[in-house]
Design a protein around this ligand. Structure first.
Ligand code: ZN
Length: 374
């Protein structure tokens, strides 16, 4: 075990696991002919992530940050009063749907407030200089939620709400979001679509979820034109394509924008064998992307990197992706070997393929419309 060299904040809470997504088989409700199973967005991957940190000996190297509930005012910086009240009412009753593919159970409102507030607590510790960077292992996730409705398992837009908090509570002028979840970060995009204070970048599987969303031409509007960058990657992309996307688009965009804070909506569903994605990432890939983001954060904002958990549905591998990221954030080396890595890394097509390079080169053109901060 090599000890941590950076102070990495970690937010987790057992209540996050008690958000009840109900009776589903994957994303599908029960009913003939669907045999009952568990909902895709259930606690297991998150629990195992947290547990592996403990088993690997990393937990004592991290700085535990207690989550708090977000206030209504903080939620309403992004969401409509109607949406908040709908979630509250369903949660106080027997649950229901907060939007497409967004089931919630009794008591989920308070847990969603604790999820958004968990990211805010991490942000506050980061801005006060108590920690160097942070990972908020929150649930329910947030990056698909729109102002007036939940979407794709997301009730409130945790990352977007943290962005507004950074602007209004801490007076930041530039916050960058780098969403590596395999699905498009449409909610975060929508929150800041006309806002030049936020650079929103999403690297995702082309046309996966939401349908008809996440295209390159969605580039921002009004004063925000140029400040939204989508990098849709072809299905099958592995570490070669992701590293190319980082080197050619993500990092150069950060270097132009010069953020004062980088927020990463962190979904691990781009992993090989994830049931809800068709990409081929592995733990060393996430390690490499984290290192590149840390380097950019060191160049521009004293290393201020805040990750908040989103998707990731493979129960075996998500914990190892999480451990790799936490080792990179903290600088600790646990010596725990990812037993799936060999299997993942040996998959054909991990190297950058010509059609993937072509898609990334098309996204690279978008850098020209992103104003360069002095
Ligand atoms: Zn996802």
């Amino acid at each position: 075990m090599q000890a941590a060299t950076r102070k990495t904040g970690f937010v987790a809470h057992e209540l996050y696991m008690w958000h009840n997504t109900g009776n589903y088989a994957g994303p599908m409700p029960y009913g003939n002919p669907v045999q009952p199973d568990t909902h895709a967005e259930n606690p297991e991957t998150k629990r195992r992530f947290r547990n592996l940190l403990e088993v690997a000996g990393l937990t004592p190297q991290l700085h535990a940050i207690a989550p708090r509930e977000a206030t209504e005012e903080e939620i309403l910086r992004f969401h409509t009063r109607e949406h908040l009240e709908k979630v509250r009412a369903l949660s106080a009753d027997v649950g229901g749907d907060a939007g497409p593919f967004t089931p919630l159970g009794r008591g989920s409102y308070e847990i969603a407030m604790l999820s958004a507030g968990g990211v805010l607590a991490a942000l506050e510790a980061l801005m006060r200089g108590e920690i160097d960077n942070a990972y908020a292992l929150v649930r329910p996730p947030g990056h698909h939620a729109l102002a007036d409705m939940g979407m794709g398992f997301c009730l409130f837009g945790n990352a977007a709400i943290a962005g507004f908090h950074a602007f209004e509570q801490f007076g930041l002028e530039r916050v960058a979001f780098v969403d590596w979840d395999v699905h498009h970060g449409n909610g975060t995009q929508s929150a800041f679509y006309d806002d030049p204070r936020a650079l929103t970048i999403s690297v995702h599987q082309d046309n996966c979820f939401p349908p008809d969303s996440g295209y390159r031409h969605e580039n921002g509007t009004g004063a925000g034109t140029g400040f939204n960058i989508n990098v849709p990657l072809p299905p099958g992309s592995g570490v070669g394509a992701y590293e190319e996307a980082w080197d050619r688009v993500v990092i150069p965009a950060l270097d132009r924008f010069k953020p004062q804070l980088i927020v990463v909506p962190s979904g691990f569903d781009a992993g090989a064998y994830d049931p809800l994605g068709r990409m081929q990432m592995h733990s060393d890939g996430y390690r490499s992307l984290t290192r590149k983001l840390l380097d950019a954060a060191n160049r521009h904002c004293d290393g201020r990197l805040l990750m908040c958990h989103e998707g990731g549905y493979n129960t075996w591998t998500v914990p190892f992706f999480g451990l790799a990221v936490m080792e990179e954030l903290s600088g600790a080396v646990t010596g725990t070997v990812d037993p799936f890595l060999e299997m993942h890394a040996a998959l054909g097509g991990q190297d950058l393929q010509p059609h993937q390079a072509e898609a990334i080169a098309l996204a690279e053109v978008l850098l020209e419309t992103l104003p360069c901060q002095n």
